[in-house]
Ligand binder design. Structure first.
Ligand SMILES: NC(=O)c1ccc[n+]([C@@H]2O[C@H](COP(=O)([O-])OP(=O)(O)OC[C@H]3O[C@@H](n4cnc5c(N)ncnc54)[C@H](O)[C@@H]3O)[C@@H](O)[C@H]2O)c1
Length: 255
């Protein structure tokens, strides 16, 4: 192990770990000396991701973050396998429907809120109880955690709610020197955002990807690897006095 690495000896749990930002972050965590437990819905995708990271560095647990028993088992299994928990990256997400308010499906509203809000809550509840003092919790919110737009009602509501959760948990967890922050990516060049943009393009009657590039001062989407570097910052001692804060990773979109 590289002892000058930023996460040497640390154990990180990553939800949405088979997805774009989750796996890009897990790769960086492992490169910086961590061992990683990946959690997601699909066993095959998880197995492939863990194999890529290497058996000695990574393991996986199929987990629906909305399910309290499964989330508790995720952290118990991490303790059994790696003996500690230092970083929780609560990152699982789904965009849900994009629709006019009057047409917005109510069951889908509840489902999307459950993934982001109940999911992050359960990760904090079951994970912080088991993590070492001095750890770091990072919750992936979004630029739409601090601004509204019509259409993605459940997603945008959920991403705002994660900030309230983060701020409250940060104040309790500080007694154990555990830091809790939210990460707010803008549009990322990945399949998740492509799906969002293909729906939005129909509503907007123009290319939504081009539209975003015009309103992002840096003029482009983020790469998953650059979002991962901001996750590493929050996970590591580089951010040792940062808690209860929102880190925008949006190319200036909310400036
Ligand atoms: N892609 C973007 O442009 C963008 C921008 C801002 C924020 N985000 C947020 O970043 C996070 C990661 O998204 P991504 O871009 O890597 O997309 P992604 O779809 O590649 O990854 C999300 C992962 O979460 C998993 N997931 C969904 N519901 C789950 C559940 N109930 N339990 C466990 N896992 C579940 C999915 O299977 C998927 O692997 C999400 O919270 C998303 O809202 C993404």
């Amino acid at each position: 192990m590289n002892h000058s690495a930023q996460l040497a000896g640390k154990v990180c749990v990553v939800t949405g770990g088979a997805g774009s930002i989750g796996l890009a972050s897990a790769r960086l965590f492992v490169a910086e000396g961590a061992r990683v437990m990946l959690a997601d819905l699909d066993a095959d995708a998880l197995r492939q991701a863990a194999r890529e990271l290497g058996d000695e560095h990574a393991d996986f647990q199929v987990t629906d973050v909305c399910d309290s028993v499964q989330v508790r088992e995720l952290f118990e299994r991490t303790m059994q396998r790696f003996g500690a928990i230092d970083v929780i990256f609560s990152n699982a997400g789904t965009v849900g429907p994009i629709a006019a308010l009057a047409d917005y499906p109510e069951q889908e509203f509840d489902r999307v809120l459950a993934v982001h809000v109940r999911g992050a809550f359960l990760c904090c509840k079951h994970g912080i109880a088991r993590m070492r003092d001095g750890g770091s919790v990072i919750i992936t919110s979004s630029v739409v955690g601090v601004r509204g737009d019509p259409g993605a009602y459940a997603y945008i509501t959920a991403k705002h709610a994660q900030v309230g959760l983060m701020r409250s948990v940060a104040k309790e967890a500080a007694a154990r020197s555990i830091r809790v922050n939210t990460l707010h990516p803008g549009p990322v060049a990945n399949a998740f955002q492509q799906r969002v943009e293909s729906s939005l393009s129909e509503v907007m009657q123009r290319d939504a990807g081009e539209f975003f590039d015009q309103i992002i001062p840096l003029g482009r989407h983020a790469r998953p690897e650059e979002v991962a570097r901001s996750v590493l910052y929050l996970a590591s001692e580089q951010s040792s006095f940062v808690t209860g804060s929102l880190l925008m990773v949006d190319g200036g979109m909310t400036a």
